[in-house]
Design a protein around this ligand. Structure first.
Ligand code: SF4
Length: 315
């Protein structure tokens, strides 16, 4: 797999572009994710022409249609920011990004929960969205986006990283491929999709069954939209346990009594919140290799992202 191309708020990469000349380097992004991703840094405030250092900015007005203004001198940068964003978003379209990670709470880059003030300088809402972040989401509604604050949550982080790996595989194998590639993609993600939504898995399976028959471009487009919404459906311990039991069923005739007990015990401990998901998955990978269950070994559910990232230890 090639490196995954992701847009990132520039200050999170350690670039000293903040209003105070500092950065907000994020260790997970720069030390872990960087092994697997190429980053396209974007600092809306500096790129639209503001200096470093600069006066702090805030959103003023209503959450639906705020202005971007400096706090003390009340200078309005809304037009300058939006004029720049229009061109920059078209440049980013050429970059063909897989996802974007935004800086939390920024009036330019914040995805959600940005403070909005009234003209007298009092906060009136905590539901604002940074001007550039909003324009980005409107321009690229299909791209997964997160902010670095939410990525501190182990479940959200795992889900986001799983999503970008799934989408990269989609790009490399299915986006320009034929029906056979879609069939293979679906087959290898069967248990990934089941962990998110068994109902969606059935819908997507029905689409794949028609892949060689109807208008393939239309089927692929529909499948992709279903894929995006399925990946946004949160996995739960209950849904993961259901998948683990399904997968365990493949070893019915392989495992001896002790091995069966071991597998059931590890799944049970995961279900009770004592084991992380990594434990039963490691055992299933081991049994899959031992009993040569190639179909299971091809399942991305067993290895959604590189084990070195350690993300399954936290969920
Ligand atoms: S939050 Fe956004 S606008 Fe502010 S310094 Fe970081 S990248 Fe630049």
């Amino acid at each position: 797999m090639n490196k995954i191309k992701i847009g990132v708020s520039s200050c999170l990469l350690g670039n000293t572009v903040r209003f105070d000349g500092q950065h907000k380097r994020d260790a997970f992004i720069t030390e872990v994710l960087s092994e697997y991703c190429d980053f396209v840094p974007v600092c809306p405030e500096v790129e639209c022409g503001m200096s470093i250092p600069r006066e702090t900015l805030r959103l003023v007005g209503t959450p639906e249609s705020p202005r971007l203004m400096t706090g003390k001198t009340k200078r309005d940068y809304t037009t300058q920011m939006m004029d720049w964003a229009k061109n920059r978003l078209e440049e980013l379209a050429q970059e063909d990004l897989v996802a974007f990670i935004f800086k939390t709470k920024s009036p330019s880059s914040g995805l959600r929960a940005v403070k909005v003030y009234n003209q007298s300088g009092h906060p009136v809402s905590y539901k604002g969205q940074g001007l550039f972040a909003r324009a980005f989401v409107e321009r690229f509604p299909d791209l997964p986006v997160e902010d670095e604050g939410r990525l501190k949550d182990a479940g959200l982080r795992e889900n986001f990283i799983e999503t970008i790996f799934v989408l990269q595989r989609w790009r490399e194998h299915v986006r320009n491929g034929k029906a056979a590639e879609l069939v293979t993609f679906h087959s290898r993600h069967k248990y990934t999709l089941m962990a998110h939504s068994p109902a969606k898995l059935r819908v997507m399976g029905a689409l794949v069954a028609r892949a060689g028959l109807g208008d393939f471009d239309e089927i692929r487009r529909t499948y992709f939209q279903e894929l995006l919404t399925t990946l946004q459906t949160r996995k739960t311990v209950k849904k993961n346990t259901n998948v683990l039991l399904h997968v365990g069923g493949y070893f019915k005739t392989d495992l001896g009594v002790e091995e069966k007990e071991e597998l059931n015990r590890e799944i049970e401990l995961y279900h009770k919140g004592i084991n992380p998901l990594q434990v039963p998955l490691t055992l299933i990978r081991h049994f899959s290799r031992k009993y040569k269950r190639e179909y299971l070994l091809s399942q991305h559910f067993l290895s959604p992202h590189p084990v070195e990232m350690g993300l399954l230890n936290g969920v």
